[in-house]
Design a protein around this ligand. Structure first.
Ligand code: AHG
Ligand code: MN
Ligand code: MN
Length: 322
């Protein structure tokens, strides 16, 4: 048995769930090859299409979506899947046990600059009391996730995954094609001196959030009495990975840029899986008012404010917002 299967089985996952994760990793390995080949594989640049969110699809968004979709629809355990790049759920086997949701390519703006990108995924149980092809299948709070993870296509290709126990990290061994366990358990320090926030939005923030960030920037001359450093990848997968590796706070708060769309990140396939991984590593993941994992979803592509990372820093941020 390979490392991922061994670890997930030890964490209590069923053989069917482990097999499903394996299918996702097969597609992710193909996506990793596309990312690695870049211009040589003709995968850079944009298409002429937009997704339901009104974003221009990059070629790699479409390729990654197709690879995941093709692989998952061959699995009889998949009842339905949802993707950032699909308007509505795509149905599989009505008897299938699982729902899979994914952001096939997170950090699309980084594709053409050879920056970090990744695939974020989550698995929920299919509900027997709701029609298998109904969008309502996916309206489950994040606490119901059976598995969440991401594959980060960076200098190394990494898998970070949890089935509810530890958050574990594996590295893709190009020679064998296997993901090898390289960190058995990630543990986020409760305190930090690093934040990841897109400061260019600050004039659109609510005053309390702006005050919080102003106080971070004031460093040891301000009320926080310590200096903070800032990082912003423009790929949640990269920013959350840094937080999981060495602590920090990552936030994409609500703002007033577009009143019809106050938040940016999507609950189903961005906020929920990341919240699951962060909590598994001892961190906290909240909206501005509540634990992300307890939110009752109302729409497939619903967006939410996200504040996650080192527990004490998230608490401090939330105290400003009260
Ligand atoms: P995606 O590429 O899947 O659309 O997601 C991009 C998201 C997220 O990864 C990142 O944190 C954020 O958008 C970056 O937003 P800004 O460009 O506004 O900084
Ligand atoms: Mn994304
Ligand atoms: Mn995406």
């Amino acid at each position: 048995m390979h490392d991922v299967s061994k670890a997930l089985r030890a964490d209590g996952a069923t053989p069917e769930l482990v097999a499903l994760v394996d299918i996702i990793l097969g597609a992710a390995t193909q996506i990793a090859q596309c990312v690695r080949q870049g211009a040589l594989a003709g995968v850079l640049g944009s298409t002429d299409d937009e997704n339901i969110q009104g974003e221009t699809q990059k070629k790699l968004d479409v390729i990654a979506n197709q690879l995941l979709k093709n692989a998952l629809l061959q699995c009889t355990d998949v009842c339905a899947l949802a993707s950032e790049e699909e308007d509505t759920p795509v149905v599989g086997n009505p008897e299938g046990k699982y729902l899979v949701a994914f952001d096939p390519l997170d950090g699309s703006s980084n594709i053409d600059i050879n920056g970090q990108v990744g695939t974020i995924f989550t698995i929920f149980p299919a509900l027997r009391d709701i029609a298998f092809d109904s969008e309502q299948q996916f309206h489950q709070p994040g606490t119901q996730q059976l598995c969440a993870g991401y594959v980060l296509y960076g200098g190394s290709t990494l898998l970070v995954v949890s089935v509810g126990g530890a958050t574990r990290c594996f590295t893709l061994d190009a020679a064998s094609g296997n993901f090898v366990l390289t960190q058995a358990s990630l543990d986020i320090p409760a305190d930090t001196q690093e934040f990841a926030i897109n400061l260019s939005n600050q004039r659109f923030w609510r005053p309390a959030f702006k005050q919080y960030v102003d106080d971070l920037i004031a460093g040891d001359t301000g009320p926080r009495k310590k200096n903070y450093n800032m990082r912003w990848n423009a790929a949640m997968v990269g920013d959350v990975h840094r937080v999981l590796m060495r602590g920090g706070i990552f936030s994409y708060p609500s703002d007033s840029r577009n009143p019809r769309q106050p938040a940016k990140l999507r609950l189903l396939y961005e906020a929920n899986p990341m919240a699951f991984l962060i909590e598994g590593a001892g961190g906290k993941a909240w909206t501005e008012a509540q634990r992300i994992l307890t939110l009752q979803p109302t729409a497939l592509h619903q967006r939410v404010a996200v504040i996650l990372g080192s527990a004490n820093e998230v608490d401090t941020c939330l105290a400003y917002l009260k």
